[in-house]
Every structure is written in structure tokens, then in C-alpha cells.
Design a binder for this molecule. Structure first.
Ligand code: 5RP
Length: 234
């Protein structure tokens, strides 16, 4: 119990929580190894922390052009995913994570390469602030990377499920991913069974990657909370 006269714990901003979990993720980096690196503002904090121990690792496999730029700027070598059969750990953020380690990802449009690097990694460590922890996935608009010629058909398929899909725009134009494709953001979905949902949508022609990560779920989540970093194991 806190003593009535003791100073109140400082309230940390979301940015400070991201820094905390980014630094905490260093404990999962295996010395001498190549590290899988995700994308986003939380991962940027991890990359900054990783730079402080860069002499202890061989380098990174990156999940986006943005992360690659940051890694290289900080002097961390970046390897092609094809050069590295297996990674011991993949560190990435999430837009939502549930109590089983299932996630929604792709708010930063990097979901396809994120899923690829996650799939080649033994352990997925998710880093997130506590606003990302949910009982059920689906409140965050679900990102889906698609081939442009299939967009209308896929939007209709989501509508039949009760979802409202829209094409993600940047500067008034469809956002083009690192893979030259577009992103749909789908509102209003009830994702009761993330594994089954991911399997189903992944099979629709023209879907490159659906932003549900249930087959590539997290094994660990480092959650930034008001009282510090909480570790969830799944
Ligand atoms: C990018 C992602 C990110 O991991 C997700 O959007 C979380 O980002 P942030 O750490 O900025 O909140 O999936 O495609």
C-alpha cells in the first residue's frame, strides 16, 4: 500500500510507456544473433534501445522500409529475410492484443512483411502500451493488404460479414505499401475466433495478408502500464 505522505507515482505518457517497453525488450535479444524487427512507433523505441547494444548482435531482419532506414541510420546491419533461415526472436508492436496473444496489426501498413518475419521467428515478443490490450479483437479497423484489382470484390465479402471496408488513403490517394499493393481498413467486424477468421480471409483471392495474427501470435507481451512493464506469457 502507498503511504499517504509518499509522493504519487508519476503518470507516464504513452510515449514514455513505449520507451519503457522498447527498452525492456532488450532482455529477449540473444547475444550474437540476428534479431527480427517490426514496424511502428513502439518498435522505433526498441530500435533506439537496440542501437545501444549493437556490438552484441550480428544485425536485424526488418519488416519494412521505414524500420530498415532507422536500423541502418543507427549502424545496425540489415539482412535479407532469405539469408536467415530462422530467427530466435521477433520484436514488434500491435494495434490490439487479446489475452491469448492473438493480435491485430497493420496500422503502419507493414503487416505482410511483419507476418513473414514473425513466421521465421521462434518467439514473437509483442511490445505495447496497455491501451492495446483488449478482451476481443475487432474494435481497431482491421488492416488487410490486397491486390488492387480485387479490392471491390473483397470489400463486398467483408460487407457480407457485417464489416465496412474502405481503401486507406495517403494525401488523397490510395496508400501504396512496400509491396506495391493497397490496404483496406475494415470496421465493425466481430472476430470471435481469430484463428478461423485468419484462415478464412487469407484464402480469398486477392488478399495478400490479413492483419489478424493468430497463426503467428505472440508468445510474450511486454505491456507498458502505469505501474511499470507487465509481462504476459501466452
Ligand atoms: C505496423 C504495425 C504496428 O506494430 C502497429 O500499428 C502498432 O504501431 P505503434 O507501435 O505505432 O502503435 O502493425 O504495421
Amino acid at each position: 500500500m502507498t503511504h499517504p505522505n509518499s509522493p504519487a507515482a508519476p503518470i507516464l505518457s504513452q510515449d514514455e510507456l513505449k520507451t519503457l517497453v522498447g527498452q525492456a525488450a532488450l532482455q529477449y535479444v540473444v547475444s550474437g544473433d540476428i534479431v527480427g524487427v517490426g514496424t511502428g512507433s513502439t518498435v522505433n523505441k526498441f530500435i533506439d534501445a537496440l542501437a545501444t547494444i549493437k556490438d552484441q548482435i550480428k544485425g536485424a531482419v526488418s519488416s519494412s522500409e521505414a524500420s530498415t532506414l532507422r536500423l541502418k541510420a543507427l549502424g545496425i546491419p540489415v539482412f535479407d529475410s532469405n539469408e536467415v533461415p530462422q530467427l530466435s526472436v521477433y520484436i514488434d508492436g500491435a494495434d490490439e492484443i487479446d489475452g491469448h496473444g492473438h493480435m491485430v496489426k497493420g496500422g503502419g501498413a507493414a503487416l505482410t512483411r511483419e507476418k513473414i518475419v514473425a513466421a521465421q521467428s521462434i518467439r514473437f515478443v509483442c511490445i505495447a502500451d496497455e491501451s492495446k490490450l483488449v478482451d476481443k479483437l475487432g474494435k481497431f479497423p482491421l488492416p488487410v493488404e490486397v491486390i488492387p484489382m480485387a479490392a471491390q470484390r473483397i470489400m463486398a465479402q467483408f460487407a457480407a460479414m457485417g464489416g465496412q471496408a474502405s481503401i486507406r488513403l495517403k494525401d488523397g490517394q490510395p496508400l501504396i505499401t512496400d509491396n506495391g499493393q493497397i490496404i483496406l481498413d475494415v470496421l465493425g467486424l466481430q472476430i470471435e475466433d481469430p484463428l478461423a477468421f485468419e484462415t478464412q480471409v487469407s484464402q480469398w483471392p486477392g488478399v495478400v495478408t490479413v492483419g489478424v495474427f493468430a497463426h503467428q501470435k505472440a508468445q510474450v507481451c511486454l505491456l507498458g502500464t502505469a505501474t511499470g512493464v507487465k509481462t504476459l506469457m501466452f
